[in-house]
Every structure is written in structure tokens, then in C-alpha cells.
Design a protein around this ligand. Structure first.
Ligand SMILES: *[C@@H]1O[C@H](CO)[C@@H](O)[C@H](O)[C@H]1NC(C)=O
Ligand SMILES: *[C@@H]1O[C@H](CO)[C@@H](O)[C@H](O)[C@H]1NC(C)=O
Ligand SMILES: *[C@@H]1O[C@H](CO)[C@@H](O)[C@H](O)[C@H]1NC(C)=O
Ligand SMILES: *[C@@H]1O[C@H](CO)[C@@H](O)[C@H](O)[C@H]1NC(C)=O
Length: 405
């Protein structure tokens, strides 16, 4: 006899278990298209189909005619049960040999509109037809790895997310997951977003985090990524047979945004109150060395490399020691001391950098773990005072000027 339990599919589903939004403070909008300034796509930004051609892991051949802009300013991709290609079948890695008997549309940003790291957001409404496979992908312009993907599949409640990369032995490997949303995603527009920095990749829907992956070694493979938005047929929506009477089906894209990190680079960090520079005391390279303020001596231990970790946060690395600003012993009290420590991608080593609204061109540095601001005890202006954390109060000793080197 068949043992049903033994053969049943185990489908691991992650409910929205994190409820933290991603801020935009540390990010700069570098590209936005709301698709309402003209009746055609701006061809200095967008191309049709996939960067590598007209087919991918599913049943539709992509053609330009299936992409139009509506009067309301949305890009409309329409899938129809018509063959428009002499490509009759495809041998796919994921689904074996499949027929190519549908036609649909895809668009992608060209080589002038790519992202190295940061946040990409696509606001769109997926079709209700359960055999369609709407997706957004960030890809290199050739059909190679790495890729970052979000898709909606099967009943309209499955949201998938995948980071695919090349393993150390040269094969394709991935980390991925599926979230089950509480509502049918075809009922409304939603924002599907992918963010990555030097350490972390995050996938979000409507600004709510679905999942982050820490992948600092693999992320190095990501360089200029082009955005693809496609309406596939079949593909990952495999469990439901594709029935031509359900078609045409349409995906509506409202807007696209790309945000880049504001602060990646090498800086001097100057306290607005004392006018002194942040340094590693005496240029020591050992863990636990105090971080203090001093006059500008032009030394490397007064210079800092700021890297976008991901999720609107940064790490702050001393140029001389290569160690990071670290909230010593994970303390959360006022006066908690900041030292340098080997980077381990821990929250007490990760910072939000928030621009102050005053016209003084300063930022506040907030430790992600303690949620307190980098400052000095008693707003000290003395040389040698140690950097500490204090309750955020907008005091001048909590303001910093970043001088890009
Ligand atoms: C453009 O589209 C956005 C959202 O799609 C909408 O909020 C805005 O009013 C539109 N603007 C014009 C001029 O149609
Ligand atoms: C198309 O995009 C380019 C590049 O962003 C921009 O300079 C140009 O103004 C856009 N054209 C139209 C018609 O919006
Ligand atoms: C398919 O059509 C294209 C363009 O019409 C043509 O270049 C190609 O040779 C055809 N391929 C086959 C296998 O017939
Ligand atoms: C396709 O859908 C139509 C209308 O819902 C239905 O009558 C038909 O039986 C379906 N065909 C298959 C093969 O499921």
C-alpha cells in the first residue's frame, strides 16, 4: 500500500514573521518610472523581452506587442494562448522539456539603468489566473548568475524569493523560500522589493521583510544588475494545468524605483560639537581598542570605510585596522562604550546613518542593536574622550559631518 504521509510533499511555509519596515534614510532614489509621462516605454531606459532573448523557464514566448502602457499610466503585460514563435519546445533546467505555446511580455532595464547594491521596488498587480507566473528578477545583462528573484505562483498567495549564485566548485546554488500571504495577491497592487548590500540580501512585500539572507561571500558575485519584469505562463505555477480558456491574463505595473546607498565610500568623521575627528586610539589594531576623538593628524586610523550592509544599514570600518565600530558587550545603557572589533555581522556592529534635517549637512549614527546615537559623555569636547552611545536627543555632540575622501 501507498503510505500517503511518506509521499506527501513537505512544503515549508514562512508566515510574515518579521514585521520591520525598511527605512529610506540611508538611501538615495536614483531611478523612478511611474509610466505616466508617455504612451510608450522610454527606450533609453527599457528594452523588451529578457536581456538574453524571448524565452525562459516557462511556456510563453515574449514579444514586444504584448507590452502596452495604459491610459492610467501602467505597463500592461498580457499573456495569450497563441503560439508566435517557431520555438516549439524548450529544454529547461527546472522543469524539463516544456511546450512554448503561449505568448506574453517582459521588459528589462538596459545597461544604463542598473544597480550594484541597494533597494529595487516594483509596484504591481499580478493576474488572478493561477497558471500565470509573474516575476521580478535582478540579473546580469547576459544570462549568467547571480540572480535575485521574487515571484508569485500557483494560487495567488505564494510569494517566492531566491538568490542564485555560483558555488565554490562552480555549480549553481541558491538560497530561497516561500511566504504564504494572508490575502490573494491578485486582488490589489503590492510593492515587491529586493535589497542587498555587502553582507545581506532582503526580500520585502509592501515594505514588510519576508526574509534576509547573510551571504557576504556570494554577494561579491553581484555587480551591475538589470531589472526584469515578466509575465510567465506555467513555469513555477506548475501545480495547476494551464487552461487556455483562462486567458488572456494581465500583469499591471504601476511604478519602479531603484535606491542606491548614500554613504558607501571612504570618509573622515567629524564631531559637529567638538570639531574633532573620530579615531582608533593610538592607531592600535587590536580588538577592544577605544574609539576616541582627536585633532586631525592625517593618519589612516582617522579614516573610515563605510559599507552598505543591506536593509538601510551600514558598517563603519577603520582604514588602518580594518576593524569596525562595535557597541562593547552589547550594552544598551546610556554611556555604553564604543570600541573597535573584528567584524562578525552582528547588530551591535551595524549602524543606521540618518541625515539631519537642519541645513548643517550632518548625520546621526544610530547603533542598530542599542537604538542609541554615537556621542560623548557630557557632550565632551576634550581630546581623548571615548565614543559612547546615548539616548537620541539631537544634541550637537550626536551630529557628525562625513567628509568624503
Ligand atoms: C502618475 O501615476 C501615479 C501612480 O501610478 C499617480 O499617483 C499620479 O497621479 C500619476 N500622474 C499623472 C500626471 O498622471
Ligand atoms: C527617458 O529617459 C531618459 C534617461 O532617464 C531621460 O533623460 C529622458 O528625459 C526620458 N524621456 C522621456 C520622454 O521621458
Ligand atoms: C525561426 O525564426 C527565425 C526568425 O523568423 C529564423 O531566423 C530561424 O531560422 C527560425 N528557426 C527555425 C528552427 O526554423
Ligand atoms: C478549462 O476551463 C474551462 C472553463 O472553466 C473548462 O470548461 C474546461 O474543462 C477546462 N479544461 C481543462 C482541460 O481543464
Amino acid at each position: 500500500m501507498f503510505d500517503n504521509n511518506r509521499f506527501s510533499l513537505v512544503f515549508i511555509i514562512l508566515i510574515f514573521h518579521h514585521v520591520s519596515a525598511i527605512g529610506r534614510d540611508g538611501l538615495k532614489l536614483i531611478f523612478e518610472d511611474k509610466f505616466n509621462s508617455s504612451s510608450t516605454l522610454n527606450e533609453s531606459i527599457w528594452n523588451y523581452n529578457y536581456p538574453w532573448g524571448s524565452t525562459y523557464n516557462h511556456q510563453a514566448n515574449m514579444i514586444r506587442r504584448q507590452v502596452i502602457i495604459t491610459d492610467l499610466g501602467q505597463v500592461k503585460l498580457t499573456a495569450i494562448p497563441v503560439r508566435t514563435s517557431n520555438i516549439t519546445s524548450l529544454d529547461t533546467v527546472d522543469y524539463g522539456i516544456i511546450n512554448v505555446d503561449y505568448t506574453s511580455g517582459a521588459i528589462h532595464t538596459n545597461s544604463l539603468t542598473t544597480l550594484k547594491r541597494g533597494l529595487t521596488i516594483v509596484n504591481m498587480r499580478v493576474p488572478s489566473v493561477v497558471s500565470t507566473w509573474p516575476m521580478i528578477m535582478l540579473v546580469p545583462l547576459d544570462e549568467t548568475l547571480p540572480t535575485l528573484t521574487m515571484d508569485v505562483f500557483n494560487d495567488r498567495r505564494n510569494i517566492g524569493y531566491t538568490f542564485r549564485y555560483t558555488s565554490q566548485i562552480g555549480s549553481s546554488e541558491s538560497v530561497s523560500g516561500t511566504t504564504r500571504s494572508s490575502t490573494d495577491n491578485s486582488l490589489d497592487y503590492h510593492s515587491y522589493a529586493i535589497d542587498w548590500g555587502y553582507d545581506k540580501i532582503s526580500f520585502l512585500v509592501d515594505n514588510v521583510l519576508l526574509r534576509s539572507f547573510i551571504k557576504p561571500i556570494e554577494i561579491v558575485q553581484i555587480s551591475d544588475m538589470s531589472l526584469v519584469i515578466a509575465l510567465g505562463v506555467g513555469g513555477r505555477s506548475q501545480s495547476i494545468p494551464v487552461n487556455s480558456s483562462d486567458y488572456p491574463a494581465t500583469l499591471l505595473i504601476n511604478s519602479v524605483q531603484m535606491w542606491e546607498p548614500k554613504f558607501d565610500g571612504r570618509f573622515k568623521i567629524i564631531n559637529f560639537n567638538s570639531k574633532l575627528l573620530l579615531e582608533v586610539e593610538n592607531g592600535f589594531v587590536s580588538d577592544f581598542t577605544r574609539i576616541v576623538q582627536n585633532n586631525d593628524k592625517g593618519t589612516l586610523w582617522q579614516q573610515w570605510d563605510i559599507f552598505y550592509v543591506g536593509y538601510n544599514t551600514y558598517k563603519i570600518v577603520n582604514v588602518n585596522s580594518r576593524k569596525v565600530l562595535d557597541d562593547f558587550d552589547w550594552q544598551t545603557n546610556d554611556g555604553a562604550k564604543i570600541v573597535q572589533y573584528k567584524y562578525e555581522i552582528k547588530d551591535n556592529q551595524i549602524w543606521k546613518i540618518i541625515e539631519n534635517e537642519d541645513a548643517d549637512n550632518t548625520v546621526t549614527l544610530i547603533n542598530v542593536w542599542a537604538q542609541k546615537a554615537a556621542s560623548f559623555v557630557g557632550a565632551s569636547t576634550q581630546i581623548g574622550s571615548q565614543l559612547v552611545l546615548n539616548e537620541i536627543n539631537d544634541g550637537p555632540d550626536q551630529k557628525w559631518t562625513l567628509i568624503r575622501l
